[in-house]
Structure formats: structure tokens, C-alpha cells
Design a protein around this ligand. Sequence first.
Ligand code: NAD
Length: 369
Amino acid sequence: MKTYRIAALAGDGIGPEVMREAILVLRAVEKTFGLGFAITEAPVGWAGIDAAGKALPDDTLSLCKNSDAILFGSVGLPDRDPTLPKEERPERAALLRIRKEFGLFANLRPVQLPKALAHACPLRPERQGDGINVLVVRELTGGMYFGQPKKTETVSEGVRRAIDTMVYTTPEIERIAHVAFKAARLRRKKVTSIDKANVLENGILWREVVARVGKGYPDVSLEHMFVDNGAMQLVLKPTQFDVMLCENMFGDILSDEAAALAGSLGMLPSASLGATSGERTFGFYEPAGGTAPDIAGKNLANPIAQILSSALMLRYSFGETDAAAAIEKAVGVAIRSGLRTGDIYSSSEPQARRAGTREMGAAIAAAIG
Ligand code: NAD
């Protein structure tokens, strides 16, 4: 039996509630698909600070290093975060540290709007086609956010100047392009590469390198689009996109724009991938939303983002595509049955039934296989 080691770091707020449901679903997958998941839970965020004095305790980090993937909840509590210096706050001390430690350079954000949830989407139904299904692949460690020089200086009396530098090297573009083309092969085989080649040197290099990498994937179609048009097309005709490949800043912006199309943060998973060795890619999987303190501990959170994050883990880190698809299908079954957590509930849907976190998780686990 294939066994995978998973570090499950639930974190704060709704983290433990939604993680519990994701683990329930993974246990159902184990049985149906004959897989073994060695899941070890450990504290992170404020849970880490309370247990061991640090947002990312040493034991938690060691566990991650000895695992095949990290399934993460969310960290941070707005009423407690300001009591710490910025660099010790959970999002920085845990999340950024993990990103750096594991060289997570690729961020994948699938945005899927099932037809049954058309009412949750801000676009008119005729713009939604048969349902929106876009994967934004964002480069995570380069570009303007990290390029040097990066500073604010005084030019003359009363005049200051801020400088950020956009830098990409060919290997950085190549490796993220490979991620996008490989992801497209598991989907509808189309990559739209986003750039600003009409204005930026970076855009010209980006386009050239992506086109070259694309030649190695003749089964995947490639188109190039300027970022301003990409932002517009996402709201005009989102169904034209399969995989959108973006550098760091463009991906930051477009992935949030795309996320808005799904109607609720509670539906959106994400994956951050590091290097591949052999058949396995180390990955970090988390919901797109935060700790939602307004609904924490009340059985109100939507567990779907966390559950779909575990499906991404099966697909991208373990290559268990059938098991991943089974989770996604089970989510569809629960949605079509009318179950709705508060964030996706609408009284205009006649068959909708309000469900708590536990009921939604149990329905999805029951629909596996
Ligand atoms: P948030 O995403 O936690 O909440 C925004 C809104 O979305 C809230 O109304 C919340 O109830 C709702 N929401 C989010 N997830 C939901 C779910 N699964 N089901 C139903 N509703 C859901 O953002 P925020 O309020 O700005 O941040 C709260 C805390 O989370 C802050 O401390 C912030 O720093 C932290 N945060 C952490 C991460 C992370 O760990 N990756 C990401 C974002 C925010």
C-alpha cells in the first residue's frame, strides 16, 4: 500500500474545524482507494505560540521536513496579532518562513464555480456559461516583490523617491512555465500566459521564454495576453480561460479577481509548490481565506476550501489524480444535494438546506467512492 506522510497544521480560528472535516474526507479516500495517509497534527500560528512560544515551533517545522506535504489551515487573530512585533506575527513568522524554508515558488489557485452556485457569482448567468473553471498559476518568489534595489530615498529637500525593481531570470520563468503546462495537461490543455510585453522588458523576456517552454508541450495550446486585457476578459468571458500563467504581482492581483467569481472564500483552495524530486513535488496546501474569527467555533465555516486543498495535495504532490477527482466530485454531489453553509446559502434557491461545518464535511466524506 502506498503511504504518504502529511503534516496537518490547523492553526487558528476556523482552522481546526475545517481541518477536522478534511481529515475525515481523507480517511474516506484511504478506504476507497487503498491508500495510506500518515497524518500528524501539529500547532502553528497562535496555537504554536500558546503551545511552544513560537508561531512555527521547532517540532512543527521538523515534522514538515519529514513529511511529503503540508496541509495547512490558516493563522492569525486580528485581536492578538497587534500585541507582537510584525516579524513575530503568525502570518509572517509561520507562513513566510515555510514558503522560504521549502522554496515554494509556484502558487496554484483553482477557481471553480459549480452551476448550482450561479447565484453566488457577481457575474450575470449568461457570462458564466456552463460554469467557471480557471486555474491561476502565479510565480511566488521573484518579480517586483523581491527585486533589488528596493528602497525609498530622499532625492532633494522635500522630495523622496520609492524604487521597486522587477527582475526575472530565464530559469525562474522556465520553472513556473513548466508548472503551468503540466497543470494544463491535467485539465483542458490550454495556457494563457499573462504579461505586459508592450511596455516591460520583463514582459518581452517572459513571453519569449514561455513560448520556448511551450514547444515542449505540443498537446497544450498557448496564447499570450496583456495583463490589462486579462483583467478585463476575466469578467467579460471567464469561460475562455483554463490555466492563466502569471508573474508574481500580476498573479497576486488576477488570482484575487478570479477568486471573486467563485462567490465565497470558503470554496477556494490553493497550492504552493516547491521543487520536484523523482515523482514527488513538495507542496503546501491551504484555503484561500483566513481564520474567519467572526464565525470561528460556531460550526458555521465552510469546510470545502480545506477539503479541496487536500484534493490538490493528492493531485500535485502525490500524483493520485483519481483520488483527487473523487474528492472534487464528492463536493459537487454535496452541493447539488442542496447543502449550503451560510456563506453560499441563498433563500432564492428553493432546494437549499442550511448545513453546519460538520454536516457538510460528513456529506462529502459519505459521497467519496
Ligand atoms: P478571512 O478570510 O478570515 O475572513 C473574511 C470573510 O470571509 C469573513 O467574513 C469570514 O467569515 C469569511 N470566510 C473566510 N473563510 C470562510 C469559510 N471557510 N467559510 C465561511 N466564511 C468564510 O479574512 P480576515 O477577516 O481579513 O482575516 C482574519 C485573520 O486571518 C487575520 O488575522 C488575518 O491576518 C488572517 N489571515 C490568514 C491567512 C492565512 O493564514 N493564509 C490568510 C488571510 C488572512
